[in-house]
Design a protein around this ligand. Structure first.
Ligand code: RIB
Length: 295
């Protein structure tokens, strides 16, 4: 099944600090790295490590970061014909790492310039798309149009509502799978009663709970698939990798439990690697054949 990803492309400026900064404080950092990121690009790259045919719609600026980001996606097997060049800067994320945990400031730039006509063109160009994945780092009018168009064209859609924004109930109704983390869930539904939420949105809502695992509805009840016990290096992109693994599983018709478990495996590999896309080679080597051969 061909998978489309519509979302953000960022360059991640990553550095380590001994503790998170307080207001007005200056600290000496270390280990600065420029890495490829953006929730859309991360999800496309990690999905491409698991399935054959992944195409991407996004936008970058006419700058060297944009050129490098497109080259990175191409090298990882993602179709880039639908990435447009905008009169804006390529998206940037400034990521502070403290003992593997992060805080992130995003400057979206070109990611907010995606046009509805580009979405129509993308979907027309790929009439064989079975599944589309998106997140909330691009302009909301593009996301709403994408979801409407996918619905009209009978394409399944996974929405990862990150970073947190309010969504209309109409939009939530139209997506097939909604995958927030705990904070995003509370922000969206104003509730911490995850069991009730996954039951109310049975089969649609899948809540990632970090080290506690992933909660979803299966076999007539709310269930949790546990996380793997790992030595965390960097959690950046763990949610993106979960979405990628889950999407690959759904595209292979594995069923919700097996798709969630594949998502957890890919997220775990990301957490023991540096950078949001740092586990790509390993995932491709260890999981690609398994995902490809599953029915
Ligand atoms: O989900 C991780 C991503 O969030 C990073 O790659 C960064 O670009 C931010 O968008």
């Amino acid at each position: 099944m061909k998978i489309g990803v519509v979302g953000s492309i960022n360059v991640d400026m990553v550095y380590s600090l001994p503790k998170f900064l307080k207001l007005g404080e200056t600290l000496m950092g270390s280990n600065f790295q420029l890495l490829m990121g953006g929730k859309g690009a991360n999800q496309a790259v990690m999905t491409s490590a698991l399935v054959d045919d992944v195409v991407f719609l996004g936008a970058v600026g006419k700058d060297s970061f944009g050129t490098n980001a497109i080259a990175n996606l191409t090298s990882k097997g993602v179709g880039v014909e639908n990435i447009s060049l905008k009169d804006n800067s390529t998206g940037l994320a400034i990521i502070q790492l403290v003992n593997g945990e992060n805080s992130i400031a995003v400057i979206p730039g070109a990611n907010l310039d995606i046009q509805k006509s580009e979405i129509d063109h993308f979907l027309d160009q790929h009439p064989d798309l079975g599944l589309v994945i998106s997140q909330l780092e691009i302009n909301m009018d593009a996301i709403i149009h994408l979801v409407d168009q996918c619905k009209a064209r009978h394409i399944s859609i996974i929405l990862n509502p990150a970073p947190a924004q309010k969504l209309s109930s109409d939009l939530i109704d139209k997506v097939d799978y909604l995958i927030p983390n705990e904070n995003e869930t509370e922000f969206l539904f104003n509730s911490q009663d995850y069991e009730k939420l996954v039951t109310d949105f049975a089969g649609k809502l899948i809540i990632t709970l970090g080290s506690k695992g992933v909660m979803y509805y299966d076999q007539q009840k709310a269930v949790i698939s546990p996380s793997q016990k790992i030595e965390v290096v960097d959690t950046t992109g763990a949610g993106d990798s979960f979405v990628a693994g889950f999407a690959a599983g759904i595209s292979k018709k594995l069923g919700i439990k097996a798709a969630v478990e594949l998502g957890i495996e890919i997220a775990s590999l990301t957490c023991i690697s540096m950078g949001a896309q740092g586990a790509y080679e390993r995932v491709k080597k260890e999981h690609y054949e398994k995902a490809r051969n599953s029915k």
